[in-house]
Design a protein around this ligand. Structure first.
Ligand code: PHE
Length: 462
């Protein structure tokens, strides 16, 4: 492993970075969140809006984060501080957002392990009533010991283990093997799902672009989902690109990662939604899409249980490479800025986020049903889980992306950014004039409009 900056890791190869960054981007967001959002927000029209937002705003913000990270070779807060000390808080906002996301991310990561074990040991129980199995994991029938404590704890322990091994050894190795495998399996399952009897209604739904279902809320959901899925708006890509050597082509990397991530989301959508129509399972609370509905696909294929196990194993790995990246954002900050020891930081961060995270799973069903505190006088309090996702997807991530574009466009300056993007001297950045307009005007204005309109009008509509 080569190190350009003392005591800091660096990605060992070009492919290593692409895979690690794609590993961060591709995760539960693509497979667990995206299909559900596409389904609930009108199918085809949502897909179009999503792709448009990725192409215009996602790519712009990603390159902005990449240049900040590689220029400074520092964690998110350190990077912003170095460029302009007054704006270190932008990095701080990102670290906070990441921490909140990680609390629930590790829980859902734990659910994937629950399903791996479930398919291996009791697939007939899963098949008998997939929705009941899912809800049981969430605590409908009693305290969800496995869904909230045991499996999330295993997931978190694995995340911490990878993180404590450092950049090249841990993160890069893991992603290099697993990302290609995930891609192949996803395509295979998508084909099977689309050819199930009854799947054509699902396909029609996904291709039917009906703008009458679109409102401001749809845009805000799509925007938040785009940032979440691309790992943007919280400094993770700043941290990752800080481990990147100067002769990498940041512009090309941006394109590759955005395309890969979007493809995986679309494949997941076309794997899950046709299955929803074919099996008639209505996914219920807590994002049952990637969990309950797919049982119908696995039941319908020869060797389905093996494929099921493999699918959740890969979903688990996709989640792991993402959770590792989110945690790396927080850990890099505490190690580099506060001078704390890497392993100790990992342990203490893990304990706190686990304790908060437990309430996420509990709030999906258990607390609601067993009435711990939120149904007071018949008023349903925002369920903690929903609240965490609302806060991050609908507010903090768009806000983080907004301030990043304003910072790069107006404060640090696009000249400096372009200089960094082409610092290797080999690559031309032909689209630079377009990117300047995007980062200075289009992206910030669009984010503000969607955020404000989505908040004001979206709430009233939904
Ligand atoms: N992009 C990841 C996913 O889709 C989640 C993530 C969000 C990772 C933010 C890093 C930062 O699952």
């Amino acid at each position: 492993m080569s190190t350009s900056v003392e005591n800091r890791g660096q990605f060992g190869s070009k492919l290593g970075f692409v895979l690690a960054a794609a590993g961060s981007a591709v995760g539960l967001g693509n497979i667990w969140k995206f299909p559900g959002k596409a389904y609930a927000n009108g199918g085809g029209a949502f897909l179009l809006i999503y792709i448009l937002l990725i192409a215009l705003i996602g790519t712009t913000v990603m390159l902005a984060e990449f240049v900040i990270g590689r220029k400074t070779q520092k964690n998110a807060i350190g990077a912003l501080r170095e460029l302009n000390a007054k704006y270190a808080w932008i990095g701080g906002l990102g670290v906070l957002t990441g921490f909140i996301i990680l609390c629930y991310y590790c829980q859902v990561g734990g659910w994937t392990i629950n399903y791996i074990v479930g398919y291996i040991t009791e697939s007939s129980v899963v098949y008998a009533d997939p929705m009941a199995y899912f809800l049981d994991m969430l605590g409908v029938n009693g305290f969800p010991l496995k869904g909230a404590i045991i499996f999330p704890l295993i997931f978190l322990a694995l995340t911490s283990f990878v993180i404590s091994r450092g950049v090249s050894e841990g993160i890069e190795k893991l992603s290099s093997v697993l990302m290609p495998l995930l891609f192949i399996l996803l395509v295979g399952l998508m084909i099977r799902s689309c050819t199930l009897p009854g799947a054509s209604d699902g396909l029609a739904y996904m291709f039917n672009v009906d703008f009458s279902t679109v409102n401001f809320n749809t845009f805000l959901v799509a925007l938040g989902q785009a940032f979440f899925s691309l790992s943007l708006g919280m400094g993770v890509m700043i941290t990752y690109s800080s481990y990147l050597s100067k002769d990498e082509n940041l512009v090309a990397n941006t394109g590759i990662i955005c395309v890969l991530d979007t493809l995986v989301a679309l494949f997941a959508g076309f794997m899950i939604i046709p299955a929803v129509f074919a099996t008639g399972i209505e996914p219920g609370m807590g994002g049952g899409f990637a969990f309950a509905t797919l049982a119908g696909v696995f039941m319908a294929i020869p060797g389905g249980t093996i494929f099921g196990t493999l699918f959740y194993a890969l979903l688990f790995f996709a989640a792991l490479t993402s959770s590792v990246s989110i945690m790396e954002g927080t850990v890099a900050f505490l190690v580099e800025e506060k001078g704390m020891e890497r392993k100790k930081v990992v342990l203490s961060v893990s304990v706190v986020l686990f304790v908060i995270g437990v309430f996420y799973t509990l709030s999906q069903a258990y607390m609601d049903i067993h009435g711990v505190w939120w149904s007071i006088d018949g008023i349903q309090f925002p369920i903690l889980g929903d609240f965490m996702e609302y806060l991050t997807d609908r507010l903090l991530l768009p806000l983080g992306a907004l301030v990043t574009t304003v910072f790069v466009g107006w404060i640090w300056g696009t000249d400096n950014a372009i200089k960094e993007a082409t610092s290797d001297g080999k690559y031309e950045f032909k689209l630079a004039p377009i990117w300047v307009v995007m980062v200075k005007y289009v992206a910030p204005i669009a984010i503000v409009c969607i955020l404000v309109a989505g908040m004001i009008f979206g709430m009233a509509i939904s």
